[in-house]
Design a protein around this ligand. Structure first.
Ligand code: 16G
Length: 240
């Protein structure tokens, strides 16, 4: 029930209630949400409050609006653990999903000063600049832009980038990937991401920057990824 005497805002209580119904499976992907009027009547709250709750759920990617039709429950988000350094291909396979790639851009370019700085190479040293849309069961999940030093990772081809980069580095080149630092921040989809990820304008995005190192500490990749926040959430277990 909605508690009007609680210090917790009413819109937030409703938002949590709907989120809970989605989590419990009472509302399933594709289901249409009751109308604003119905929610307002059921809980004796204003339509404006209902709209506020639903807008928040839209912005967080749990539901989406279809013009002139209604509001619908989104597909369940993939819950990605943050422990363990894995590749997209490994993550998808572990879930029983089929990984796929759409190569958008593949070039060897001179490193800019910032890329050189991240990869600890000289400015203008050749680096691969690779952009891929990562797909899970044919659905675009993320747009990934990677930079790798050509000297350290020789022989990368478009064909290799259609499958697993980590597998190439480890199995074909025999180099061991050891660790990575990852930064996650929120954003909204820009025009390029709207087109390549097939999302609506201003959809929520999680920007992830990964710096990855080989066993001897050499930086092997610098990656910027835009993950669909309507399809992804990240999970970590913490011990104390
Ligand atoms: C993940 C990594 C990316 C890495 C890729 C390799 C994140 C945010 N990024 O997508 O840095 O390049 O895996 O995947 O997790 P692959 O071996 O399937 O090509």
């Amino acid at each position: 029930m909605i508690n009007k005497n609680s210090p917790i805002p009413i819109y937030y209580q409703l938002e949590e209630k709907i989120k809970n119904q989605i989590d419990q499976g009472d509302l399933k992907p594709g289901d249409m949400l009751p109308s604003e009027r119905e929610y307002a009547n059921t809980y004796a709250i204003s339509r404006m409050t209902v709209r506020q709750a639903i807008t928040k759920l839209v912005n967080d990617g749990y539901v989406y609006r279809k013009k002139g039709t209604g509001t619908f429950v989104s597909e369940k988000k993939i819950e990605q653990p943050l422990q363990g350094l894995t590749s997209f291909t490994e993550d998808m396979k572990a879930r029983g999903m089929t990984p796929g790639n759409r190569l958008v851009h593949f070039k060897v370019v001179p490193a800019t000063s910032s890329v050189a700085n991240y990869l600890k190479i000289q400015e203008n040293d050749p680096v691969y600049e690779i952009q891929r849309v990562r797909l899970a069961d044919n659905v675009p999940m993320a747009l990934e832009t990677s930079y790798l030093p050509e000297k350290l990772v020789p022989g990368v081809t478009k064909e290799i980038m259609q499958s697993s980069l980590y597998e190439y580095i480890e199995a074909a080149l025999g180099k061991k990937i050891k660790e990575a630092t990852q930064i996650i921040e929120s954003s909204t989809a820009n025009q390029n991401e709207v087109e390549l990820l097939q999302v609506r304008k201003s959809s929520p995005i999680l920007l992830i920057e990964r710096h990855t190192y080989l066993e001897d500490g050499t930086p092997v990749e610098f990656v910027k990824s835009a993950y669909r926040a309507d399809r992804y959430r990240f999970m970590i277990n913490m011990k104390r």
